[in-house]
Ligand binder design. Sequence first.
Ligand code: IPD
Ligand code: CA
Length: 297
Amino acid sequence: MSSEKKYEYSQDDLKSWMEAAEKLVLQAGQLIQANLGKAANLEDKEINTGEGHSSAVLTETDLAVEKLLRDGLGQLFKDHCFIGEENEGSQGQITTFSNHPTWIIDPIDGTMNFVHGNPLVCTSVGLAVNRRIVGGIVNCPIIGHLYTAIKGQGAYLNGEKRLKSSGIKKIKDAMVLLEMPTGANDTKKAIQLANMSMFMDKAHAVRCPGPAATDIAWIGAASADAFIHMGIHCWDMAAGALIITEAGGAVLDTDGSEFNLMGRQIVAAASEELAREIVANIQVYKVDPEFADHCPI
Ligand code: IPD
Ligand code: CA
């Protein structure tokens, strides 16, 4: 447990921080829209290759969007910190996560979709203060869906429609989202195939839309009922996890323990009952957490 002094802030501060972030994220959406299907893969990120192809791709637009968000927020809020996929996240481990407001940014979630011209791409921005997520934005610019949440104030679609998860309690009634990680190592591949097979036997429907941050937001939006991922990162989950919990859903670690933002595992579901039934049925591909301390939502 950290002995660092708590960061003091008001609800008005939080509101103004999230409004500023939303404006920048919408601006970033135009950059994504302009480059969808046109940007080349720059490299296969070496630290991620074992996790599968979709974790390893990178384009100039990922870098440009992260810069736009960091420069914009950094100029407005001088003492805020960042955990960005293409900066702090690029070494495989997070070394610093303080009580200061920290923007947890995935500039483009779904870079694989982005390079293939698929419209399911988003920007995910979570805000943690005192190491708890208090704000989240998942913006899908091509389909025009902007999901937002502020701790204690609910989650919304396009600022208007209050979100409520479906509340479904059983796998047999659920639409389950998961991914088939092409290029992943043999263990991860075998486990994911076993989980796919289990859900095909037990669930009402199974879909693999991706990317992760959109899938997670969709559980909050009642556009699907559950999602699992093993080997995910904090920037894919931070915003979506708050959107789900503010919409009445639940997040857990894949072993059934309390959700850990830095734990690289998630079971996201429309209800805690559904999350627990999933935990009891899945095989788990465990990877090491990306930060030393457990960080509950
Ligand atoms: C990826 C997406 C994908 C998930 C991968 C992530 P990126 O993020 O969220 O859906 O399966 O694990 O790495 O690289 O597109 O930001
Ligand atoms: Ca990304």
